[in-house]
Design a binder for this molecule. Structure first.
Ligand code: ATP
Ligand code: AH0
Length: 400
């Protein structure tokens, strides 16, 4: 099967991804061409399929280990697999492509647990990660070979199993003459630095801090849960940044922590926003003011990361933003203001003729292509692994 795909000059694939915001499944139909360091990827169609609210709630419940009993994890692994299969079929149908021509599906799944630090208490340095959305279900429902469960292979060679997308960014965005910054603004913000003309070992990536996570939580509190995010940055644009609160939030030790570093809901999640909302109440701030302050904090944390970790070694002329936050004009304007004095222009994936929404799903299609063509698809300099693994597991549909 793998040989058959590897011998084709171009491949048709579906990449599937659901991120930390759990807002739905991103499905990208792509055409991939070439092997080695310069693959060509063309996006043919994209679809985001939101989870039904009840399913989203059940996924969130699994983020708390005390709720994630083995029966629930098992059930949800299969249920989420059904939704992933539906998303894949939907994007294939939308593109009007015959599904028998699709060579493979590459699915990230949905992360429900990620413990990248080694626990040596039983004598082995154990790191673990769990992504649900059973590959066998996706393969069977679609009739298409499915590569899934990428992160575990990187962990098996001592890596943190994340971030994985920088490997594909190295393949697709690097330039000889220019250092490129790629900033993803999802739930968490993360930056990839591709130094000009540098080899893969020189690429580095880290989480800059909160992405949309705090802004989303403020809006959700303001609307009693009716709205999940600050559409087009409208609330932040109406509000006024509270300087005293901003300065307080900038003191979080995460921002000055040495690289490599990564963060998540554990730091910028529910408890963090509860404290923020409390401050707002005590100091008479409106929800709009809180949204404005959270938006400014997010922009500051990205610019600060550039000043602190990149600028001492490299200079860049542009930062390419992606992820849902790049659709927030208030956030993007604040970021542009903060980076302009360094001569860094802020652009988006759309400015390059690409899609912010589709970027991670496309990245997994490319990782799947590397798996199917027998090539490593990890970047050890970024994940900390000893060697580059060929990440993924293959599920085949039953013969029909
Ligand atoms: N029009 C918009 N205006 C403002 N914010 C937006 C808009 N569209 C999307 N967003 C923000 O983007 C978020 C979703 O981003 P994205 O899909 O990149 O997250 P994710 O992939 O789940 O996260 P991660 O990359 O951390 O896994 C929403 O929660 C919202 O905050
Ligand atoms: C374990 C996990 O799912 N991590 C996600 C998460 O969401 C953003 C950031 O944290 C990133 O490290 C990663 O996803 C992207 C797709 C990655 O691996 O590059």
């Amino acid at each position: 099967m793998i040989k058959q795909v590897a011998n084709k000059p171009w491949r048709l694939a579906v990449g599937l991804m659901s991120g930390t915001s759990v807002d739905g499944i991103d499905a990208a139909l792509v055409e991939l061409e070439g092997l080695g360091a310069n693959p060509k990827v063309r996006l043919l169609a994209f679809r985001n399929m939101p989870y039904p609210p009840a399913v989203r709630e059940k996924i969130f419940a699994l983020f708390r280990p005390e709720n994630a009993t083995v029966d629930k994890v098992g059930y949800m692994n299969f249920l989420v697999g059904e939704y992933f299969a539906e998303a894949a079929l939907a994007v294939i149908q939308e593109a009007g492509v015959d599904k028998s021509t699709v060579d493979f599906i590459a699915s990230h799944g949905q992360t429900i647990w990620h413990a990248p630090q080694a626990d040596c208490s039983d004598g082995y340095p154990i790191r673990c990660t769990v992504q649900i959305g059973e590959g066998a279900v996706i393969a069977e429902r679609t009739g298409i070979p499915t590569v899934s469960d990428f992160r575990v292979a990187d962990m098996a060679v001592g890596g943190q199993g994340a971030p994985l997308v920088p490997f594909t960014e190295y393949l697709l965005y690097r330039r000889k003459e220019e250092t490129i910054l790629l900033q993803n603004i999802g739930g968490i913000g993360n930056m990839t630095v591709l130094p000009a003309g540098a080899p893969p070992e020189a690429v580095f990536a880290f989480d800059t801090g909160p992405g949309n996570m705090i802004i989303d939580a403020v809006i959700s509190a303001a609307t009693g849960g009716a709205e999940g995010f600050d559409r087009d940055g409208a609330a932040a644009a109406r509000g006024t940044v509270c300087r005293a609160l901003l300065e307080e939030l900038q003191k979080d030790p995460y921002y000055t922590q040495l690289l490599p570093k990564t963060t998540g809901r554990e730091r910028f999640g529910q408890q963090y926003t509860a404290r923020l909302l409390n401050y707002g109440k005590e100091h008479g701030l409106s929800f709009d003011d809180l949204a404005a302050t959270a938006t400014e904090l997010t922009a500051w944390s990205i610019a600060d990361a550039y000043e602190r970790y990149v600028l001492p070694r490299y200079q860049a002329a542009e930062l390419i933003a992606g992820g849902g936050g790049s659709y927030n004009p208030t956030l993007m304007a604040a970021l542009g203001r903060r980076l302009a004095p360094h001569g860094v222009q802020v652009r988006t994936q759309e400015d390059l003729g690409l899609s912010s929404d589709a970027k991670e799903a496309v990245a997994f299609a490319l990782m799947g292509d590397r798996f199917m063509t027998g090539q490593p698809n990890a970047l050890p300099s970024v994940t900390g692994a000893k060697r580059a693994a060929i990440m993924g597991k293959l599920s085949l549909p039953s013969p029909r």
